[in-house]
Ligand binder design. Structure first.
Ligand code: SF4
Length: 343
């Protein structure tokens, strides 16, 4: 049985004072839900910190619940069109486990439930009439909390109306509920592999999440020819040290999952205790860049508040431009000059 109450949680683990007081001060907007798979891993501190709520969530007055201004960019039922060439469809508010760092707390776990067929059709019509949209993110919540039949209907509608749009299947389920990925589900996905491809977008934040079951789940997608990309969140007390992230990225790459993003925590109320100072993030990024191959290196990225968009955070090596020459600091030490072609 998944854990859904503090009483059940305290039967599973001995709560700290801060975890014990979670519900006392104000009320967090994100419910407590921990899958069996994650419950069996709560002895690992870095797992516990991601899923067990503490009173720090309710003491946080910084930020707001929609720092990326998604609501302002809602175009059709549940469709967010914030970037010119891609859109996100909020399939459902539900997840298999709620991550305490969730950036979409305004919506996640809000009991709004799965999108209706009418909302799906409305979103698909909007996308098919906007030829600039090349990719759609099926997100939420977690789309795989839907039943197989609902996923089948969802893909039927979208694929029928927007066959040339690439679909990103965004899910944390491989890490938190890997048993969801059954042969029947994969046969439904296979049926809809027409037109533009699917991409699997996972979220693994710590090497311990790469269990045998999780790898098996991802392999099901890879065996269908669906590439897998990982988006981690930089989290204090979870993965805010270079060794952990280097190990994570090397393992991801080994299992054919491309480390894609390492996100700086968004300015979402209730998550300040999990955010890492940018200065520290940049030091971590520098070490990672020096020890990982280009293939294994994710982009350390911040999604700017007030819907400002994504900016990549990395050490600036360009010192100055002198005439047609660019002067760089070299990772190997010293400086180097790169002259532009003269004509
Ligand atoms: S799985 Fe994703 S949407 Fe759900 S709580 Fe975690 S971060 Fe939020």
């Amino acid at each position: 049985m998944p854990i859904t109450s503090k009483e059940a949680l305290s039967r599973a683990i001995r709560l700290t004072e801060s975890e014990e007081k979670w519900e006392e001060k104000g009320s967090s907007t994100l419910p407590l839900l921990i899958s069996d798979h994650i419950a069996s891993m709560l002895s690992i501190p870095e797992i516990r910190r991601q899923f067990v709520p503490s009173c720090e969530e309710n003491e946080d007055e910084e930020g707001n619940l929609d720092p990326l201004e998604e609501e302002a960019h809602e175009k059709a039922g549940r469709l967010i069109h914030r970037y010119h060439n891609r859109a996100a469809f909020l399939v459902t508010d539900r997840c298999f486990s709620y991550c305490r760092h969730c950036f979409r707390r305004r919506f996640t776990g809000s009991l709004t439930g799965p999108a209706s067929e009418e909302e799906i059709r409305e979103a698909a019509d909007y996308i098919s009439s906007h030829s600039e949209i090349k990719e759609i993110l099926l997100t939420g919540g977690d789309m795989f909390t839907l039943s197989d039949d609902r996923i089948d209907t969802l893909l039927d509608i979208f694929k029928g109306r927007c066959p040339d749009v690439i679909f990103r299947l965004c899910t944390r389920a491989a890490a938190v509920y890997p048993e969801r990925f059954t042969n029947r589900l994969f046969s439904i996905l296979r049926k809809h592999q027409t037109g533009a491809p699917f991409y699997l977008m996972t979220q693994f934040n710590h090497p311990a999440e790469l269990t045998d079951e999780a790898i098996r789940a991802v392999n099901g997608f890879l065996d269908l020819g669906i590439p897998a990309m990982n988006q981690s969140v930089l989290l204090r007390g979870v993965n805010d040290d270079p060794d952990t992230l280097i190990e994570l990225c090397n393992k991801l790459l080994y299992y054919r999952i491309k480390p894609y993003y390492l996100f700086q925590g968004d300015l979402v109320r209730g998550t300040q205790h999990l955010r890492v100072p940018i200065e520290k993030g940049l030091e971590i990024e520098k070490r990672m860049r020096s020890e990982l191959s280009g293939l294994g290196m994710p982009q350390y990225t911040i999604d700017l508040p007030d819907g400002g968009g994504k900016v990549i955070l990395t050490e600036n090596h360009l010192v100055m431009k002198k005439g047609h020459e660019y002067i760089f600091t070299a990772p190997e030490g010293g400086t180097r000059v790169y002259p532009d072609p003269v004509n």
